[in-house]
Design a protein around this ligand. Structure first.
Ligand code: GCU
Length: 361
């Protein structure tokens, strides 16, 4: 547990702050959590880190990604709502580790909260998989309606609280994900033939890129910049905001708006840590989180537009492939992963909410 991670030196992208040694953090962590320890380790300042107890929040994004601002504000609001008993400190840029490792650290209580992609939760429990398939969500509005419907996600979100000690607090959208490459443009599966495309560590993503014509190469988020730069991979897939905030636009200037999936990040917390708060503080925590999620969506939409403008200004070649070029293959991928009756049931209940939205709009 206390061995520094291999390969950390290769994970930094230009401009990101230096990685904190996980050994340093874990050995020094006081009972009040990691947050009290590493003051000055990142740019965050203010009341949230001067609270009596400070929750550590692990994030793999840079400081200019909307989740950093949203969670920083969450910490500030929490201090106010709990009269200074609780605050939160956000550790950006994978400084506590890549998501795959951090989810374990939250599970064992070394880190209090983390933002982790749905792919990592899929790896802990297949029950989450239907929410990670191409086509399951139409758009952010539909995804939000699903996340707010306890009859659909309530049991699922509490299903990791037993052995895993993980509470799913809710979701932050990843918006629509698209493909980008060092050379292009990409209009059809043939254009991806022989191209190594980075994917998250997930069977669904591996199958999805194969179906789209490319060769999937799993690796953690923080490694993508260097892998693109050195030509280890030919491309990757993500949303506009990640593409720009990770500066992948500098080295992979062909961006094909394939809309292959509306992605989802979960915010997870250690159950024992949250139960350790007095009841009124748990309620304040839940209220603050709900507000954070709502303002996150507004910021997300605005920043996606800003990222698109940056891409255009920087000369990124943006294309909009015919939806039929990849659509049927993506549908087949989704169907192939609906393995059980429960998967099918969850998928259908999610799709039913899309129908409701369309009917009422
Ligand atoms: C998005 C998402 C991250 C995820 C990343 C990835 O940026 O918000 O949680 O890790 O994609 O592709 O790995």
């Amino acid at each position: 547990m206390d061995t520094p991670r291999a390969g950390s030196a290769t994970r930094r992208r230009p401009g990101s702050s230096s990685r904190l040694s996980r050994r340093h953090l874990l050995l020094g962590a006081p009972a009040a959590g990691l947050g009290a320890l590493a003051l000055g380790a990142c740019a965050q300042s203010g009341a949230a880190t001067r609270a009596e107890k400070v929750l550590s929040i692990s994030l793999n994004q840079a400081e200019d990604h909307p989740s950093f601002g949203a969670l920083t504000d969450f910490g500030d609001e929490l201090v106010e709502a709990t009269d200074g008993r609780w605050g939160a400190r956000v550790y950006p840029n994978e400084s506590l580790g890549a998501q795959q490792e951090v989810v374990q650290l939250v599970s064992d209580g070394s880190v209090d909260l983390a933002v982790v992609s749905s792919t990592q939760i899929e790896n802990l429990s297949m029950r989450f998989r239907p929410l990670n398939l191409p086509g399951v969500f139409d758009d952010i509005e539909h995804q939000t309606a699903v996340l707010d419907d306890q009859s659909v996600v309530g049991d699922l979100f509490s299903s990791l609280e037993g052995e895993r000690r993980l509470r799913v607090l809710g979701g932050f959208t990843q918006g629509s994900r698209h493909l980008y490459t060092r050379s292009g443009p990409i209009e059809s599966p043939d254009d991806l033939s022989g191209m190594k495309i980075r994917v998250q560590e997930s069977d669904v993503f591996l199958a999805m890129i194969r179906a789209m014509g490319g060769s999937p190469t799993p690796m953690s988020y923080g490694e993508v910049y260097t892998a693109l730069q050195s030509g280890v991979i030919d491309g990757a897939e993500n949303n506009e905001i990640s593409y720009v905030t990770q500066r992948h636009n500098e080295i992979a200037p062909y961006f094909a708006r394939t809309n292959h999936l509306v992605g989802l990040d979960y915010v997870v917390g250690n159950v024992d840590r949250i139960h350790g708060m007095q009841e009124q503080d748990q309620e304040a925590f839940a209220d603050c989180f709900r507000r954070t999620r709502d303002s996150f969506i507004e910021t997300w939409i605005r920043q996606t537009e800003d990222a698109t403008t940056t891409m255009e200004d920087d000369g990124v070649k943006i294309t909009d492939p015919d939806p039929d070029a990849f659509g049927p293959a993506l549908e087949d991928v989704a169907v192939s992963f609906l393995a059980t009756a429960d998967d099918q049931d969850l998928y259908e209940r999610v799709r039913d909410l899309a129908g409701t939205k369309e009917a009422s709009s």
